[in-house]
Design a binder for this molecule. Structure first.
Ligand code: SF4
Length: 394
């Protein structure tokens, strides 16, 4: 059995461990590229969401490289995500890819433990040892997912301070390779200090006073750099600190009902959207309010073209929340037509807007600078605070 799964940025590191720990051979999906998208666009219904097109292209690449088992997350709605797996399977079979199994991974409520069946399905050995392997696979997935989140957190902060453009990207790529090769629990326990020390050794300019921006939106678009045209990197290289709470770990914790900052966002969003309508709608609204209260300089909302839940979030922010909280926001809707230059121009204008707003706030004493730097309220998880300490002027 040769297992593969769709791309979602650097999270292949965690998924690979998950299946390899069960004894399955894994084909890591080829990075999403132009041909992946071309295939997806050609063979998908025209108005289906963009992540559907990108992930069916990933599956086609995996099948052509020898995978015979594809794993795809499913949900019980409320948006189109619930139908991805079955429609994609039908399309691939109609195109002549017959010798594969598509295993749906039910993520609607991880505490129902339906996902355990996926682990047993991909395990080549059906002996009692399968149970202990399954436990180890889950622990390894959670630990790697958390470490990937930590790398993402540090990357968002340090890129705004790097003296040589590209240093942060090199550090991140090195760490991803190291994390992929660390497959023992003792190795993973020691990995967090490795992340911290590697970033701490970067050559950074601590005297900078970057803008602080939150990013949120639909999860696939937010985590897969090819489909969001590497928005995080481009904004970071314009000297902006990025705070993104969406990650694989964040999502898994949410589905295990132990993600308390998501519960806080739900509470903040409740007057506007009291129930889950799909995508990240509720959490985007909550995060916008939370980051505005914490004094952030701006917010980026990214989502696939035709994504109904995210369009609802956009409409509520534009018509209601923006007037109440007055935090600048920019929206990016991505599909196969999205181009890099249009995005760069819009980002530059957005950064200029945030700078002039900050200068105005300083002039009118709404914001006070300490050591020429804007002070922000307490924000982020423990690792974020440890990273912020590392970039403080000495
Ligand atoms: S969240 Fe949006 S993009 Fe994702 S399946 Fe639902 S409607 Fe489509």
């Amino acid at each position: 059995m040769i297992v593969s799964f769709p791309n979602m940025g650097p999270n292949w590191v965690a998924f690979k461990t998950f299946f390899e720990t069960m004894g399955a051979e894994v084909i890591v999906p080829e990075p999403t590229n132009r041909n992946t998208i071309k295939f997806g666009v050609k063979h998908s219904p025209e108005f289906v969401c963009f992540p559907f097109k990108a992930t069916i292209g990933d599956f086609k690449n995996a099948l052509e490289r020898g995978a015979d088992t594809l794993v795809m997350a499913i949900d019980c709605g409320p948006c189109r995500f619930g139908f991805y797996a079955s429609v994609q399977e039908r399309i691939l079979r109609d195109l002549g890819y017959k010798d594969f199994r598509l295993i749906p991974l039910d993520q609607a409520d991880l505490l129902e433990f339906k996902w355990v069946k996926v682990l047993f399905d991909v395990s080549p050995s059906k002996s009692v040892s399968m149970y202990s392997k399954a436990l180890k696979a889950v622990i390894m997935l959670l630990k790697k997912a958390k470490l990937l989140e930590d790398i993402q957190t540090a990357e968002g902060l340090f890129r705004a301070y790097e003296r040589t453009q590209g240093d942060t990207t090199h550090v991140v790529n090195d760490l991803l390779q190291q994390l992929d090769q660390t497959n023992s629990l003792s190795g993973l326990r020691k990995f967090r200090p490795i992340i911290k020390n590697t970033f701490a050794n970067m050559d950074i300019d601590r005297t900078r006073n970057p803008l602080r921006v939150g990013i949120s939106g639909e999860i696939h678009i937010s985590l897969e750099p090819y489909v969001n045209i590497d928005l995080r990197k481009k904004l970071g290289e314009m000297g902006v600190e990025i705070h993104q709470s969406i990650s694989l770990y964040d999502w898994v914790m949410h589905k295990l009902h132990v993600n308390f900052h998501r519960k806080w966002y739900e509470h903040l969003a409740k007057p506007y959207v009291p129930i889950d309508i799909g995508g990240e709608c509720r959490w985007v609204l909550g995060e916008y309010i939370d980051k505005a209260n914490a004094g952030f300089d701006g917010f980026v909302h990214e989502y696939p073209f035709t994504c109904m839940p995210e369009v609802v979030a956009r409409t509520i922010i534009t018509n209601k929340l923006k007037k109440m909280y007055d935090m600048p926001i920019i929206y990016f809707s991505f599909d196969e037509q999205s181009g890099v230059e249009g995005m760069r121009t819009r980002l530059e204008a957005f950064v200029d807007l945030m700078h002039s707003r900050r200068n105005q706030d300083v002039k009118t004493n709404k914001v006070k600078l300490v050591n020429n730097q804007k002070q922000y309220g307490h924000y982020g998880n423990n690792f974020c605070h440890e990273c912020i300490e590392l970039i403080q002027p000495k």
